[in-house]
Each structure stands twice: as C-alpha cells, then as structure tokens.
Design a protein around this ligand. Structure first.
Ligand code: NAD
Ligand code: ZN
Length: 361
C-alpha cells in the first residue's frame, strides 16, 4: 500500500493509494477508529455503486455502520442538507466517539467534513474520494463547507480528516466528462510546481485515458504529495496555498458567466490557457508554452475555447468576485514554467487579452 502523509498542526494523516476497499479496515485500525459507530455519507449516484461495499468493509471493525445519502449535485451543497445530516446523526445515536465517512466526490467530502467539524463541536471523519477531482484536490487539505445564497463555499471550516482512502478503481464508473474535468486539476500541478510531472503526463496520456491503475495511482499520488506539501506549509491559505488557484481567477469567472453549463475543471483548463498566454506575452515562460499546455488539455478532451460569452461579461464577473473578496483581483501567474507567482499586478489590458485568448471567434 502506497501512502502519502499530510502534516498539519491538527494531525499528521495518511493518504492511502489503493485499487480496492480491502485495506479499509486496516486503515481504520491504524487511525485508532475501530469499535465506533460509523455513519457513511454519500450521494445518490455513488451509493448505488459503492455504498454497500464500503458498508461491508467497515462492518467488522465498527460497532455499527449507518449510511445516509443525498441527491447528487452541487445544488444540494447547502445548509439544508447539513440539517438533514444532523437529524440523521441524532436518530442513529451518534456520539462524540462516532466517525463520519465521506464517500463520493467533492460535494460529498465538503459537506460530510463540515457536518463532522460542527456536530458536537467536531467528531472524527474519513475521506473516501471517488472522483478524480476529489482524489487529487478536495479530499486533501481540510477545507470543508457549503454554498450559501449563491456564494460558493461561503460557510465552512478548516477540518482535517483522520485519513484519506483512494480506491483508483472507482474512477472506472466516473462519467468521462467528470474524469476530464479532474484531469485539468491534475495538469495544474505541472506549471505551478513540477514541469517534470507535466512531461510525464504528456508521456502517459494514453495509459491515463485507458485508466491503467498503476499509472493512475502514481499520478494521483504525485498530486496528493504536492498538495500535502503546499498545505503543510500554509494550512489556512494565508499565502502559498493560493497557488492551487492557478487558472481559477479567470476560470471561476467563466464558470459563473456560463451559468455553470461548463464543469469547474473545464473552466480551470480555460483559465490556465488564458494565464499561459499572458505569461508568454510577458516573456516569463517560453514561446510555445501555451500551445503545449493546450495540447495536453485537448488530449483529455478539455475545451480550449468557450463560445457565447464576451470579454466584458467575464471581466465583469471577475470584478464582482473581487468585490465579494473585498480586495484587488488576485492572480497566480508563472515567473517561469513550474514556478508560481502570486500577484495583483495585472493590467486591465493584459486581463482582457488573456480572456479574449480563450473566447471562440
Ligand atoms: N475542499 C476543497 O479543497 C475543494 C477543492 C476543490 C473543489 N472542491 C469542491 O468540490 C466540489 C466538486 O467536486 P466533484 O467534481 O467531485 O463533484 P461531485 O461530488 O458533485 O461529483 C461529480 C458527479 O460524479 C458522481 N460520482 C462521484 N463519484 C463517482 C464514481 N466513482 N462513479 C460514478 N459517478 C460518480 C457524483 O454523483 C456527481 O454526480 C465543488 O463543490 C467544489 O467546491 C473543494
Ligand atoms: Zn479547482
């Protein structure tokens, strides 16, 4: 079993990289979580695929294993769902020693983590991410929360899990489009941290597309290691952690302006291309960098342009996001390929040119 470690002030915890659920009992044992009442939280899609398997795997090492699910989708990521969870926790007789298990994508992980962080002032929780995005990003680092009145992730906490258990085989049932969207977040780690990793992705793209488990696990493992390193240095996002938002400033504006017809990862891919073009123009990355980035994104069927939107619409959305955050628009640029640069110094002209670069003619 390959393991990555996340070191935070709350605790140091392992990320298990596996091809099935067979080592889940051992992981519970190592975390000191056996003999407890467990409540699995999952969504309506994942429940039918893996709910029973995970419940069975946990039963021998637990006092009792309950399972609750909610209708899949970001729409459900709100306080109403959390309220239902609390009600179910009381009905199931959960106490301070109980364990919450998040089984699903980022929506499930963020909500189950938030419920765990707040129920009885915090009970143990475990992440079993089943989307690529959740495996390489959201399940690691302890950001949990819900959306509120249209404000994304506006209510939440930093709350670390006891461990993260990744079963790469779960990606076999993930819709192709969701897998591709997750690949955008995988690719992101190249420009901000490790261009050798980026080259490996270029070499291994066929194996990744074929969902070859060994390749998947090594790639997911590298992403987790980078995220763990970044989170370890800046747990509460007061600085360095912002580099994980590479491609996200413009990406998020496109996501909102497109009224969520594009997936988050698809927009992050577009945002990265836009920033790539800006950096190329500034001369901080070599000519052809953006083309190389676009080719890799395209290999995973990610869009290189977006249609039906104007520069002004996207720019206005960015200004609105800025107002909500009460400051200047923060960007993650590249001071060279593989080295991020956090800055608010981007001119309006640069910004608009970068956006225009990803708009379909
Ligand atoms: N906490 C963080 O640091 C962090 C980081 C990035 C994103 N996020 C959050 O993550 C969320 C997005 O996560 P997501 O993309 O995983 O979305 P998601 O949880 O909605 O999952 C996407 C879809 O895939 C389905 N699914 C999940 N696993 C499956 C599987 N193995 N087989 C078949 N279907 C499966 C789900 O039911 C859902 O329909 C957003 O709410 C975002 O804010 C959080
Ligand atoms: Zn993202």
């Amino acid at each position: 079993m390959a393991v990555e470690l996340v070191k935070t002030t709350e605790r140091t915890y392992p990320i298990y990289l596996e091809q099935d659920f067979s080592r889940l009992p051992k992981a519970m044992e190592e975390a000191g979580l056996t003999g407890r009442t467990v409540c699995i939280i999952t969504d309506s899609n994942v429940d039918g695929l893996y709910g029973a398997q995970v419940q069975e795997a946990l039963a021998p090492v637990s006092k009792k294993v309950h399972k609750i699910f909610f209708p899949a989708g970001e729409m459900q990521k709100n306080l109403g769902s959390i309220r239902h969870f609390y009600e179910a926790f009381f009905q199931a007789g959960l106490d301070r020693k109980s364990v919450i298990v998040a089984l699903g994508g980022g929506v499930t992980g963020d909500m189950a983590g938030f419920a765990a962080a707040t129920f009885l002032r915090g009970i143990a929780f475990v992440q079993i991410p089943t989307t690529l995005l959740a495996q390489v990003d959201s399940s690691v680092g302890g950001k949990v929360g819900v959306d509120f009145d249209g404000h994304k992730n506006a209510v939440g906490a930093f709350y670390q899990p006891h461990f993260v258990y990744i079963n790469a085989k779960t990606l076999r049932t993930l819709p192709k489009r969701e897998f591709s969207a997750g690949m955008a977040e995988v690719i992101k780690y190249g420009p901000i941290w490790d261009m050798d990793f980026f080259s490996q992705l270029e070499e291994k793209k066929e194996a990744l597309l074929a969902l070859e488990e060994e390749t998947l696990l090594s790639v997911i493992g590298r992403c987790c290691a980078i995220k763990a390193e970044v989170v370890g240095q800046d747990e509460k996002e007061s600085g360095l952690r912002e580099i994980l938002n590479f491609g996200h400033t413009i990406g998020h504006a496109i996501e909102t302006a497109s009224r969520f017809s594009l997936l988050h990862g698809e927009c992050v891919g577009l945002g990265m291309i836009a920033i790539g073009s800006l950096c190329e123009k500034r001369g901080t990355v070599e000519q052809g960098f953006t083309k190389r980035l676009s080719q890799l994104l395209e290999a995973f069927s990610l869009p290189l342009t977006v249609s039906g939107l104007t520069v002004e619409e996207i720019d206005r959305q960015m200004a609105f996001d800025k107002k909500v955050k009460n400051g200047a628009i923060g960007f993650v640029l590249l001071s060279s390929a593989g080295v991020p640069l956090r800055t608010t110094c981007v001119t309006e002209e640069e910004r608009k040119e970068a956006i225009a670069f990803v708009l379909a003619q």
